[in-house]
Each structure stands twice: as C-alpha cells, then as structure tokens.
Design a protein around this ligand. Sequence first.
Ligand code: NAD
Length: 509
Amino acid sequence: MIQEELKRLGLNEINEGTSTGQNWFSNGEILESYSPADGQLIGKVKASTKEDYEKAIASAQEAFKTWRATPAPLRGEIVRQFGEKLRAYKADLGKLVSYEMGKSYQEGLGEVQEMIDICDFAVGQSRQLYGLTMHSERPGHRMYEQYHPLGIVGVISAFNFPVAVWSWNAALAWVCGDVVVWKPSEKTPLCGVACQKIIQEVLKENNLPEGISVLINGDYKIGELMSKDTRVPLVSATGSTRMGKIVAQEVAARLGKSLLELGGNNAIIVTPDSDLKMTVIGAVFGAVGTAGQRCTSTRRLIIHESIYDKVKDAIVAAYGQLRIGNPLDQNNHVGPLIDKDAVNTYLAALDKVKEQGGNIVVEGGVLEGAGYESGCYVKPAIAEVKNELEIVQHETFAPILYLIKYSGDVENAIELQNGVAQGLSSAIMTNNLREAEKFLSAAGSDCGIANVNIGTSGAEIGGAFGGEKETGGGRESGSDAWKIYMRRQTNTINYTTNLPLAQGIKFDL
Ligand code: NAD
C-alpha cells in the first residue's frame, strides 16, 4: 500500500543491520511488522542479539570521543541538517508512521513536524548550554559551573509515538554532546530503521562517526541490557508504568539516571462556566484521537452536575458523527488499535466497567467487515462511572471515555482529578478566572501538564513535557529539559599565591 514510500525511505522486505553506513546491529530473530490499518505485512526487521548490543555500545563509546570534543554550535549544525532532511522526508515518513502505527495520516505528518520542531529548538539550544558564575567567598578566587556531556544516552520508546519520542531525546542529547543508542518499540520497528537511515545520511555527509546514532531492535530483553549497563549513564524510557517501574529499579540499582515518561489517566474538568462547543471538540478529539492511544488522551471528563446532561448529550451526539476506518483515508476520524492484544485489553476493560457498576452510555465493540479486516478497529465507547472504580484508576490504552459527575465547588472536581495514581496531563474548561487560577495553583492539578480551555491531548515542544506520580517525573523536550542530558561541574580557580580554605578553616604547616 505504501511501496513507493518504503522504497524512498530505503526500506526493504527484510531489513537487517550491518555496521557499515547504518550503525545498526541486528543478527537475531525476525520481527514482522503488520499494519493495523489493513493487516498486511509491511516488512521484516532483524532483532539485535547480545553480541550486536556489545558492538552497538562499543561503536557509541568510540564516537563519543569525537562528538564530545565537537563545539556545541557545530553539533547544533548537524541537528539543523537532520531537521532539513526530515522536511524532505516528511510525507514519506508521516505515511509510514500512519501505516505502521495506525494513527491518521494528519497525525503521522504532525509527528514528523514535532521532530522538525525539536530540531529547530535544539539548534538554538546548542548556543545556550549555560552554566552560572558565582562569587567566591575567598579572595582571588573565581567560581563557575559548566555542563559536560554524559556519554551514551539509551532511549527506549513506545509504539504510539514511534519516531517523535526518539527525536525529542536525540536532538537535545546530540547538541549536549551525547551519543544515542535507540531501542524502538518492537511493534513499530520499521519506523526506527527509517529514522536511523535518515540521520546516518547526515552523519556520512559530514564525515562524522556513525556511532553518534545507534539503533538496536528487539523486545524488552534488549532494553533490559541498557537498564543494567553502567556504560549507559542515562536511560530515557517511554512506555507503560509497569515497564517504568522495572527500568527505574534496574537503573537505580547501579545509581544511573533515568528519565521516565509513563502512562497517564488524564481528565478534563468541565465547569458550569465552560464553553460547550470548545469542550466537545477538546474532549472528543482527546478521547478518540489516535484511537485513544496517546499518553495524553482524555480518559475522564469530570462534569458539574448542573450541566452534566447537556454536556453528556452533546458528546454522545458527537460520537454519532465519528467515522472509523483506514487512517490513511483523511475522511476518517478514528483509526485502529495497534494490534489484537490491544483490542482484547479494550474489551476486557469494557467488561470490567460493567462488572464494577459503570453504566455504558455509548456501546463499544469490534468492527467487522469490509475495511476492518485487520481486526483492530473498535468503536469508541463512553461510560458513566465513579472515579474510585478500579478500572477507572488504571490507564486503558484505548478509546474509552469515563463521565464523572461532581457537585459544589471546583475544589471537589480537582480532588477527583487528582484522585488517581498517574499525573500526566489535565485541563479545565472554564471562563471563570477564580476557578482557572485555583486549578493552576499549588492546591490545584497535581499533573505535569495543566491546561485552561484546551484539552489534555497533545503538547508543544517548547514546554517541558512529562508528568508526576506514576507517570514517572521525567521532563523532555523544551524549557530546561536539556539539563538531564548533561553532567554539571562546579569549578573554583585560585589566581593568588595563597591557599585560603573555605569556611575560613585554618590549616598551617
Ligand atoms: P510498553 O511499556 O509495553 O513498551 C514501551 C517500550 O519499553 C518498548 O520499547 C518495550 O520493548 C520496552 N520495554 C518493555 N519492558 C521493558 C523492560 N523490562 N526493560 C526495558 N525495556 C522494556 O508500552 P507501549 O505499549 O509501547 O506504549 C504505551 C504506553 O506508553 C502507555 O502507557 C502510554 O501512556 C505510554 N506513553 C507515555 C508517554 C509519555 O510521554 N508519558 C508517551 C508515549 C507513551
């Protein structure tokens, strides 16, 4: 279905890595990539073995010696060129993202645009890796701090943003002077190979070592090697909270650093002062966009009782308009889930909603027949629930929206919104300044992202992205997120002929 695009991206029927010109090591078992859009086999990718992993690390270690000594603005120039290549490949890569992952073509293009945006951001950042200078308490002394690269940054990414998450990490890590070893999701391996080919073109054109960007493929076992490896000072892991808890403990056991971007359970509070039209668009896009497979997808709507029926009716009516089908067809709003396991998880969650006392308002179900042959298309569902239900407390990575009623003041809604283990994205729909500011205050949302009159889904690269509690506490992308990719060093220089000690301590010999 996307043969021409695959060809232009340099992908073959069977893709295997060799060390020359690709810096991707894979001699292991075959990973088959099927499109959830039509169930067709797109291509095969060889996974990496333990020996391949060793080669990958050695290559990255070697490249680090050159890269760390390259001035940061020159590193930025390489990232600028990478952004230019992404512009050239945007349509092809966007289509591959859409076809391999199942998100709409528009969202596939949007994901590549995010890669371009973070490259632009990182280019500017490459001239701003600032440290502070301090006044020393000792005469004739100067004190300052500087940031140095860490070394190898290991990136483990999830299937739902198969290219952007890597670039958020890689673009910043590269300008910071780090080299990157990437393990993409085993569910979207072709996206990983395509990206690696693009960055390798840039490195080759600039006569730079391939090991600046290394690809390894496979499932959790190859990821685990990085978590346990003292040669990888930082592991940036995006995925489920279940995975994050394992990776965090393994990295912590060797006192390494981890950057965790894990699951969300995001809510929009809908107050009596909300704009109904904006609420419906924000909530419906948030709940069904990417078939509910965004970490920032809207899972819960916390609606004031005085407007509950009106909001519910408007949302149910909007669900009636949704067109579900092939994500490459731009007339469709909702594409497939990633695979049949995800479909089963969705069905099991709907059963649990019923068992636990929830009231289904819009029935779910698996779609069958022409256009739905992959078996991965499901109907977005809505249920009225209590926030405390066990199933509501968990992230189900599928289009199930929970309606929850609140009464009284906005404080009650905030308590419900915060009353889950995850803390990624949150929003309030209101034209009431007091409610909005309360929501943003220290007593308000406990999430890493808190929006007013915008839904929970999606974010701009300029801000630091991430969440609290079981979302893992990491921050990526904009603001000062670059600092995690560097080590800070405090330097004190004495330009006198005396050696006064700090705190006035006397030590005469
Ligand atoms: P997943 O946890 O199943 O897998 C994510 C990645 O971790 C994969 O590459 C996988 O191979 C690897 N992995 C799994 N177990 C591992 C282990 N023990 N050691 C090392 N690596 C391991 O998640 P998924 O199904 O691919 O993605 C969906 C999840 O990702 C959702 O929970 C979603 O909310 C989350 N997510 C979070 C963010 C964020 O920024 N907070 C962004 C995207 C996705």
